[in-house]
Ligand binder design. Sequence first.
Ligand SMILES: Cc1cc2nc3c(=O)[nH]c(=O)nc-3n(C[C@H](O)[C@H](O)[C@H](O)COP(=O)(O)OP(=O)(O)OC[C@H]3O[C@@H](n4cnc5c(N)ncnc54)[C@H](O)[C@@H]3O)c2cc1C
Length: 416
Amino acid sequence: MTHDTIVLGAGMVGTSVAFHLACRGRSVALVDRQAPGQATSFGNAGIIQREAVQPHPFPRDVATLLRVLPNRRIDIRYRPKGMAESAGPLWQYWRHSAPERYAAIVAEYATLIRHCTQEHQVMIDAAQAESLVSKAGWLEGFRSQPILDEVLANARTLEQRFGVTHDLLDHRALKAAEPDLSDELIGAIQWTNAWTVNDPGALVQAYARAFVEQGGIFERMEVQRLDPTTHGWRLNTDSGALEAQDIVVAAGPWSLQWLTPLGYRLPMFPKRGYHMHYSLADDACLNHWLMDFESGYLLAPMRSGIRLTTGAELTTLDGPSRGGQLAAAERVARQLLPLSERLDDEPWQGNRPCMPDMKPVIGPAPGHDGLWFAFGHGHQGFTLGPVTGRILGEMMTGEPPLVDVTPFRPERFTVS
Ligand SMILES: Cc1cc2nc3c(=O)[nH]c(=O)nc-3n(C[C@H](O)[C@H](O)[C@H](O)COP(=O)(O)OP(=O)(O)OC[C@H]3O[C@@H](n4cnc5c(N)ncnc54)[C@H](O)[C@@H]3O)c2cc1C
């Protein structure tokens, strides 16, 4: 079957791209082996991170590196095989995290982040999905005053430079906001212009329905190969072939599997995260999304229970699930909130699709006509899907894009 465009991958990013193309009159097939929003975009922490103008750098100070080395931390762990497989990208990541380069990256990254809530709102309205979203911000909780002071000083700078807003909650205000927390946290910063979603997968599904209402088609099929033809592209799948003039690869951490055979060598690497849901004991409740900053995990009151999400594990894309990081986070979280039983049979795992310069790859492929990239959104793909969708929709239909796309173009890497 022939379409104008095929979008490969129905996570937050691909679904948003498909929606924006359909709104611009393109005939679009959105293809995924699962229903929309069932992979990485399902299991994340569900924060639309308006505050995240500073992407996560590679730690460069010796004290932090020495603390990470024993591999017992909650926020970051590593597997030797993952480190070996991603050695090149991780080395580049280290270099891009040097202070001067990192400062330039923040300025570029912020141009995307500053539009995140406004662009989600467009899709929330189209999908009538307001009930999934809270606009009350989220809490970053602290155990020590010097660290709270440091983050607070940074928050004030972010407000002036990038319009990121916050409130400071002292211990009393935090207890008023979250009465069931123990006294371990001395206070919190509430990031007030970030939004939260109580079922991230359901939001992507709602966006996918809005795409179909715009005339788009969702095709559930496992993609096997991607081949150029004389007039476009052919997607070979487990249930037949699809053809289109343009194809957008938006398959999150899996994106490179079709691009490597076409000659592209892009340095993407996975940062694994885990989640588990819990019930709460004794009528306790959690009102806000809450990050335990010094420990490095997050608690989120989702529709399906209190979702604990872990920090990053540097491993291979298909590396085995390891329970240690989640178990360590759970032990600390139980001191903070009366978590009761685990609600899932197994921990969920997903891989943040990360680029060494911490910026997504958005734009036309340098070596092929009609091939477009939209992946590598790392820690903020749930946040940045709709902005990416709009920008790519604009680029593909010849409109001026919302932001300067130069920093996100694929050719910034040696691609083939
Ligand atoms: C623990 C954790 C917490 C996070 N918290 C947040 C957060 O609070 N806020 C935030 O902004 N981001 C967060 N992230 C990051 C965010 O989840 C990702 O950046 C985002 O989901 C990536 O979206 P995507 O659409 O690029 O990829 P995905 O959602 O992974 O979509 C890719 C799609 O491609 C499909 N696919 C792959 N291979 C094939 C094939 N062969 N055939 C057909 N289809 C295929 C998959 O089925 C999948 O649906 C978190 C990530 C993790 C792991």
